[in-house]
Design a protein around this ligand. Sequence first.
Ligand code: HEC
Ligand code: HEC
Length: 271
Amino acid sequence: MASSRSSSEESRFTVLAASAVGGILAGGILLGFLILPVVQGRQAGIDPWTAICRSLGIAPGTPAAGSPISTAAARPVSRVSWDEGTLRALAGAAGPSPPEAVAQCAACHGDAGIATDPTFPNLAGQSAAAIFKQLHDYRSGARVNEQMSPVAQGLDEADLAALALHFAARSKGTMDATARADRNHPVAELVLRGDPARGIPACNSCHAPGSGGPIETPILTRQNEAYLADQLRRYARGDRGNDIYGRMRGFSAKLTEDEIRRLAAFYAWTE
Ligand code: HEC
Ligand code: HEC
């Protein structure tokens, strides 16, 4: 008698314990896979069914946040390849007479590579690799400009290399010493050290001659001030996106308009 009572108590306890565990489990499932996803999903603008599927791992993503929708238009990235043939072509010397295609550049960049309009870039003394890369990008569509794209699209790779060597070998002439920028200009800090707190690298870690920056890094000194400032604004807005690995776009948006103007002036008036 005593033993049967204790065994019935035992089975009651088992039922109680099992239903408690079952209840906790069911509550957990309800909370984790239904209630929380639906509530969080509603706040994130996700419909209940998607939120539940996401919480179960059937649909990708989290039920707590909407998936970012990219509105960026697809655009080709630079297709330049620094292969042996290209490097060898650019390491050569400019031919004795200017390439024929130079006649197509003179109206805007001048016969000798000094631009006819202060908003156009000078090409004289620019590195051959930088000129080649930009012409290649206009040709492939990685960089778009209504004046340059059609010109570059009419040329072949051998023309690009010949033009690059031709303009790289032109002299920039001498600079009016009185117009030279004061080297202690407040922006020199950004040029030499950058601003680590804002994630802005030192410009001269790539742009100074011999700094070891990527081969296509353009020379900025003596470039037209308005052109330099305009390009920084374009990188900042993402209008210009042909910089490999986003090296320029990565930080340009963090520069203030005042810094852009000062940086452009600094480089334009530095020998
Ligand atoms: C109708 C005017 C015009 C003609 C013609 C022209 N260019 Fe340009 N070029 C420009 C302008 C404007 C820019 C800047 C465009 C931009 O912001 O992308 C430019 C940019 C460039 C750049 C990029 C410079 C840099 O520092 O990134 C190169 C290289 C170049 N031109 C080479 C040439 C060559 C070589 C020719 C002749 C085959 C030529 N251009 C013909 C107006 C012209
Ligand atoms: C990691 C190396 C690196 C650093 C640091 C860097 N640049 Fe550049 N910059 C480049 C390269 C590479 C390009 C050419 C990108 C392309 O192919 O379009 C470029 C292009 C530019 C151009 C366009 C020039 C032209 O002729 O079209 C400007 C202006 C410029 N940089 C300014 C700056 C300034 C100002 C800073 C500092 C705040 C800076 N850069 C820091 C590598 C760098």
